[in-house]
Design a protein around this ligand. Structure first.
Ligand SMILES: Nc1nc2c(c(=O)[nH]1)N[C@H]1C(S)=C(S)[C@@H](COP(=O)(O)O)O[C@H]1N2
Ligand SMILES: [Mo]
Length: 174
């Protein structure tokens, strides 16, 4: 099971520090930790091609996306079982849920640049902190946004999973 819900979504929510110095990520698994952007940068670095499409058909990208594999964050929080879910949330109330299969890179719908569905290559879900080698801007969902990356260029994924302004990750036990 995966997908999106939105409660208490408040378009007026803004971060006071778009540069991200005061940004913190709450990582809640068997233990709860609070990570800074500096902490995030200490995890193994993943870079890949990334490209998304919104539900209205607007493409954003292609970009080079750099960040931390969600599997590494999950491992740092004590790991997950095959039926557990990873809940990604943001201060505007947006929530997206990934299952273990998706964290392994499976189960995503992928398109080519003409928005024709193509078989999914190996994908990785990352918490991105750089887009095209620059910090992710607030408008682009920074300082930390979910991105789905592939080794080859031109693979488009659905933008709804690309949670902007991520500030909380919960491992939800099933
Ligand atoms: N925090 C947050 N992230 C979000 C959303 C949102 O409303 N809030 N919308 C999602 C949806 S449905 C899409 S299509 C993309 C849109 O990305 P864009 O605003 O960069 O075009 O962001 C996704 N990430
Ligand atoms: Mo969307």
């Amino acid at each position: 099971l995966s997908g999106c819900t939105s409660d208490s979504r408040d378009p007026a929510v803004q971060v006071s520090d778009p540069a991200g110095k005061d940004w913190r990520l709450t990582l809640n698994g068997t233990s709860e930790k609070v990570l800074s952007l500096e902490d995030l940068r200490r995890f193994p670095v993943v870079t890949g091609h990334c490209y998304a499409v919104s539900t209205t058909g607007i493409r954003f990208g292609p970009y080079t996306c750099t960040g931390v594999d969600l599997n590494d964050l999950v491992a740092d929080a004590g790991g997950m079982n095959p039926k557990d879910q990873v809940w990604i949330s943001a201060p505007d109330g947006y929530l997206w849920v990934f299952d273990a299969d998706q964290l392994a890179g499976n189960g995503f719908v992928t398109f080519n640049a003409n928005l024709r569905e193509i078989p999914s290559p190996r994908l990785r879900v990352i918490l991105m902190y750089e887009q095209d080698a620059k910090p992710v801007s607030y408008d682009d969902g920074g300082p930390a946004r979910i991105a789905i990356v592939s080794d080859e260029p031109g693979v488009i994924t659905e933008g709804s999973a690309w949670v902007k302004w991520v500030n909380r990750i919960d491992i939800h036990r099933k």
